[in-house]
Design a protein around this ligand. Structure first.
Ligand code: HCB
Length: 219
C-alpha cells in the first residue's frame, strides 16, 4: 500500500508533520491503526536501524526519526483512547528495563494492550529492577511486561525475575518479555512466562497469560 510506504518514508526522513498528517489520513481512510504502525512507521524505523548499523547515518538522525515516529504513534493512541471500549480489568505493569531509554516499542505495546481492554501502568523507560518490584507490591498487576532493546540491558531481565522470586511475588504475577534482542528461547530459559515478538503478539500472549484466550501452545 502506498500509504504505508509514505509512512515509512516520513519516519526515515524524520518528518514529524508528515507522520502526523499520514496518521490522520490513515484514520480517515479507515486503516487499522496497528496495521499502519507495524507496516508503515515500524518499517521506516527498521530501515533507520539498518542505516545506523551500516554507519550511513548518525545518532541525531535516529533521534529525529524516533521523534517523528512517536508523534505519529501518539496520534493513533489518542484516537484509540477516545474510542474507549470494553476493559477486562486485567492489569499490566509495563516498562523498559534499567539502563535502556528505547521506548518506542514499549509504547506501541502499551497502545495495543490498552486498545484490547487491559489497564496499563506505564513506568516509562530506564526503570530500575527495584522500582518494578516496588510497583508490583503496590499495584498487584496481573502481568509485568518488560522491554529491552540492548544486549547490555536485557541482562537485567533475569535479575528482575530473580528479585520477584526473592520478594515472594513470583507466583502472583506473570512476566512477559520483549524487545528486538530478546529471543523466545532465551525468555523461556530465564524463567519468563511469555514473550512477545511484536505488539500484536504481546496482546495475544497477555490474553493467554490471564486466561482471556485459550489459543495455541506456551505463551
Ligand atoms: Co538505539 N540502539 N541507542 N536509539 N536504536 C539500537 C537498539 C541498536 C540495535 C542500533 C545498533 O547499534 N545496531 C543499538 C543496541 C546494540 C546493542 O544491543 N548493544 C543501539 C544503541 C547502541 C544505542 C545507544 C547506546 C547509542 C549511543 O548513545 N551511542 C543509545 C542508548 C542509550 C540508552 O538506552 N542508554 C541509543 C539511543 C537511541 C535513540 C534515543 C536515538 C533512539 C530511541 C528513541 C526512543 O525509543 N524513544 C534509538 C533507536 C530508535 C534505535 C533503533 C534504530 C530502533 C529501535 C526501535 O524503536 N525499533 C535500534 C535499531 C534496531 O532495533 N534495529 C537502535 C522499533 C520498535 C517498534 O521495535 O523491537 O522496540 P521494538 O518493539 C517491538 C517488539 O520488540 C515488541 O513490540 C514492539 C512493537 O511491535 N516489544 C515487546 C517491545 N517491547 C516489548 C515488551 C514486551 O513485554 C512484549 C513485546
Amino acid at each position: 500500500m502506498d500509504l504505508f510506504n509514505e509512512m515509512a518514508k516520513a519516519v526515515i526522513e524524520g518528518d514529524e508533520e508528515k507522520t502526523v498528517s499520514l496518521a490522520q489520513e490513515a484514520l480517515a481512510k479507515g486503516v487499522d491503526p496497528m496495521e499502519a504502525i507495524e507496516k508503515g512507521f515500524a518499517e521506516g524505523m527498521k530501515e533507520i536501524g539498518r542505516l545506523f548499523e551500516a554507519l550511513e547515518i548518525y545518532l541525531p538522525q535516529v533521534i529525529i526519526s524516533a521523534e517523528a515516529m512517536t508523534a505519529g504513534v501518539d496520534l493513533f493512541r489518542q484516537h484509540l483512547l477516545s474510542k474507549g471500549g470494553e476493559t477486562s480489568q486485567k492489569t499490566v505493569l509495563l516498562g523498559t528495563i534499567q539502563g535502556d531509554v528505547h521506548d518506542i516499542g514499549k509504547n506501541i505495546v502499551k497502545i495495543m494492550l490498552e486498545s484490547n481492554g487491559f489497564k496499563v501502568y506505564d513506568l516509562g523507560r530506564d526503570v530500575p529492577v527495584f522500582d518494578f518490584i516496588e510497583k508490583v507490591k503496590e499495584l498487584r498487576p496481573d502481568i509485568v511486561g518488560v522491554s529491552a532493546l540492548m544486549t547490555t540491558t536485557m541482562v537485567h531481565m533475569p535479575k528482575l525475575i530473580e528479585a520477584l522470586q526473592e520478594s515472594g511475588l513470583r507466583d502472583q504475577v506473570k512476566v512477559m518479555l520483549g524487545g528486538a534482542p530478546v529471543l523466545p528461547e532465551w525468555a523461556k530459559k530465564v524463567g519468563a512466562d511469555g514473550y512477545g515478538e511484536s505488539a500484536m503478539e504481546a496482546v495475544r500472549v497477555a490474553k493467554k497469560l490471564v486466561g482471556l484466550s485459550s489459543e495455541g501452545e506456551r505463551a
